[in-house]
Design a protein around this ligand. Structure first.
Ligand code: ADE
Ligand code: ZN
Ligand code: ZN
Length: 296
């Protein structure tokens, strides 16, 4: 590659990385959550998911779990931007749907937990009445799968004043970034490099093994949900974790290194696993085969 071409190539790569920086649980986080979910889908749910996936997914849910982050900045999908998070009043470490689930204009239900209720309702209604063309079920599936991931990222349930850590500038080792990005991307990326030979499937397999071994006693409690979907307790867990682990010792201007990385990585790993198991649970509940009319 000549000097000019190389510079051009590097320039484009840097711009692409900057664009990546402003997106949700990074691409890796969503990919891992959806890969874990795929392993726990029932046969019926897997068939329904495959039937709804867009062609570009080539039958793989994980391939499109970051789609809502890709489109949220496009003019046509700008309305969806507040649906990726829910913030609490500053320094309050609890979450309440009625108080917190609204967008910047105060419009109710426009937040990540409201979106999870909405898209799971659309999918179950649509599945019930396959002839209905009221909803775009392909988009509903991609939004639901993404938002169940987002609500598990502790800083997607952060404080209003700092935009869930987006306005807290910190250093991650030597790199300047913000606290939200550390939790979306940096902790996972550093873990991939340090422990998993940069192999995302290896990291996924290790988490899957933990689900059936180290965490197996806890998994039934992760799945505990009496409704179709239970985003409120997930958001409550997230803001508690944000207070206890994300915001703690991460004030503006601080440099985060091994101490922070090694103590927070177990939190991130468990959130990815919980997100995956719970996404599978909700899809399994939505897509349970209904008795056919003839059999009744
Ligand atoms: N913008 C405002 N608050 C946010 C949050 N908690 N997560 C992502 N983006 C946000
Ligand atoms: Zn998102
Ligand atoms: Zn994010």
């Amino acid at each position: 590659m000549g000097g000019f071409e190389l510079k051009w190539f590097v320039g484009v790569a840097v711009v692409l990385m900057m664009v990546q920086n402003i997106l949700g649980w990074g691409k890796e986080g969503h990919y891992i959550i959806c890969k874990i979910a795929e392993e726990y889908l029932t046969e019926d749910a897997l068939a329904a998911v495959k039937a709804l996936l867009p062609d570009q997914a080539e039958g793989d849910l994980a391939a499109v779990c970051s789609w809502p982050d890709e489109v949220r900045r496009h003019y046509h999908y700008r309305w969806s931007s507040p649906l990726h998070y829910v913030d609490t009043p500053d320094f309050l470490c609890n979450y309440k749907y009625c108080r917190d689930c609204h967008d910047g204009h105060g419009l109710k239900d426009r937040c990540v937990t409201g979106a999870i209720y909405n898209y799971s309702m659309q999918l179950s209604q649509g599945y019930y009445d396959l002839n209905s063309e009221k909803y775009n079920l392909t988009e509903a599936l991609m939004f639901l799968s993404h938002f169940v991931g987002d609500v598990h990222q502790p800083l997607h349930v952060g404080f209003t004043g700092d935009l869930g850590g987006n306005s807290i500038i910190v250093r991650w080792y030597r790199r300047k970034t913000n606290l939200h990005h550390v939790w979306d991307n940096m902790i996972i990326e550093s873990a991939l490099k340090k422990y998993y030979k940069s192999d995302i499937m290896l990291m996924t397999q290790v988490l899957l093994k933990n689900i059936t071994h180290e965490w197996s006693d806890d998994v039934p409690s992760w799945e505990d949900c009496k409704e179709m979907v239970c985003p409120d307790p997930y958001a409550s867990e997230s803001i508690r974790l944000a207070c206890k682990f994300a915001y703690r010792n991460a004030t503006p201007g601080s440099t985060l290194t091994d101490d922070y990385f090694l103590s927070r990585l177990p939190v991130v790993e468990k959130r990815l696993a919980q997100g995956g198991v719970r996404l599978a649970e909700v899809l399994n509940r939505i897509f349970t085969k209904k008795p056919s009319v003839a059999a009744q």
